[in-house]
Design a binder for this molecule. Structure first.
Ligand SMILES: C[S@@+](CC[C@H](N)C(=O)[O-])C[C@H]1O[C@@H](n2cnc3c(N)ncnc32)[C@H](O)[C@@H]1O
Length: 367
């Protein structure tokens, strides 16, 4: 079926037919993304989850939206099978729509590892950047991170995994780190490129003795991190600083220095890695989590490589192209490149720390 026109595809026999069908399906998927964005931002899913089934008029009244727009959205969401409708043959104004259990988990349950409602927000943020990106392709300039949608989606999408898995599955896979974080005297941790602070908060919650410093270039992210730490009861053991990872003014001696999904975004990754090395105690651990990707460019590309090339072209490369003499790394920070950055920063080797994680490899930087 051609998803754009609703017509049957002609016999799909050639590569050109298959490609046309794929773009047609992508159109439908893009519509899913944009209409989920509306539902998430307007609180429509949350309201259906909290207050139960509704007609368009009821949902509009409950969420401060307009009935006619909401009715079209509800019908589209049911057609797309995100929502259920208990009486499709009823007159439009009387149809009642509800959240099936799977949609309730994926679209409204922020504690679930499957919660994905903020995913469209991160994609819409990319779309907002397209005019600047067109210009950057021509000029070679960088584009700093910084839209609200991008920042909050990044934080929201990582939140549940950090809170549920960092201190219970990921760090326990490195026994000496896990042991040190539980021991006296209280360990000090530094979180480089901390974003909205969820890794720092998860560490402070999971290891009740530790004190955590987080730093990020983005002031708004640092404000979010402070508010999140207060809301999660760890404000007294966490401190967040707005500064560049390449030149942090912090006291050395950290037992653990982490940078999760951040080094590839930085225009000066070698300086950041050198600062991490300088700030770690002699017995401390430096841990860098980056995308779990192939060691080299291969075709057909592994699924994670394909996904991360998308992020790279649309946002991460542009972040890493800012300022004078940028590294221009992009999302696919492969092992060989990380080893080269690490050597330049003074480390002797890089090893896979063996942390179980589908999307990231945790690299331990030694020496
Ligand atoms: C992809 S986000 C990851 C955030 C967080 N670590 C997480 O896993 O959710 C990358 C973060 O690195 C920050 N960043 C980029 N360049 C930086 C720099 N030079 N110094 C400090 N932070 C930087 C960005 O502002 C952003 O918050």
């Amino acid at each position: 079926m051609n998803q754009t026109t609703g017509c049957e595809h002609p016999a799909v026999t050639t590569d050109a037919h298959r490609l046309a069908a794929r773009l047609s399906d992508a159109t439908l998927a893009f519509q899913d993304v944009l209409t989920i964005y509306l539902g998430e931002r307007l609180g429509l899913y949350d309201d259906l989850g909290r207050h139960g089934p509704a007609t368009a008029a009821e949902l509009a009244a409950r969420t401060g939206t307009h009935e006619r727009y909401v009715r079209e959205w509800l019908e589209q969401q049911a057609a797309a099978e995100f929502l259920g409708c208990s009486d499709p043959s009823a007159p439009p104004e009387e149809r009642r729509f509800f959240l099936p259990p799977a949609s309730a988990e994926v679209l409204t349950d922020r504690e679930s590892l499957l919660w994905s409602a903020a995913r469209p927000r991160s994609l819409v943020a990319l779309a907002h950047k397209l005019p600047e990106l067109l210009e950057a392709f021509r000029s070679g300039a960088g584009i700093p991170d910084g839209t609200d949608d991008a920042r909050t989606a990044q934080g929201d999408l990582g939140r549940a995994a950090f809170l549920r898995q960092l201190a219970t599955e990921w760090l326990p896979a490195i026994p000496e780190v896990d042991t040190r974080l539980q021991a006296e005297p209280p360990a000090r941790v530094l979180d480089i490129g901390c974003g909205s602070g969820w890794a720092s908060i998860a560490l402070a919650r999971g290891y009740p003795l530790v004190r955590v410093d987080g730093l990020d270039l983005d002031r708004a992210a640092v404000e979010d991190a402070r508010a999140n730490a207060r809301a999660h009861g760890v404000a007294e053991r966490t401190e967040f600083h707005a500064c560049d990872a390449a030149a942090p003014e912090l006291h050395e001696g950290y037992d653990l220095v982490i940078a999760f999904e951040a080094i590839h975004d930085m225009p000066r990754p070698v300086e950041a890695l050198a600062a991490m090395r300088r700030l770690a105690a002699p017995s401390g651990t430096v841990l860098v989590a980056e995308m779990r990707i192939g060691e080299r460019f291969t075709l057909p590309a592994p699924p994670n490589d394909r996904l991360n090339y998308g992020w790279s072209v649309l946002t991460c490369l542009a972040s890493s192209m800012c300022g004078e003499g940028p590294a221009g790394t992009g999302t696919l920070l492969r092992r060989g490149t990380l080893e080269s950055f690490a050597r330049q920063a003074g480390y002797t080797s890089v090893e896979d720390a063996g942390v179980p994680h589908e999307g990231w490899t945790f690299w331990r930087l030694l020496g």
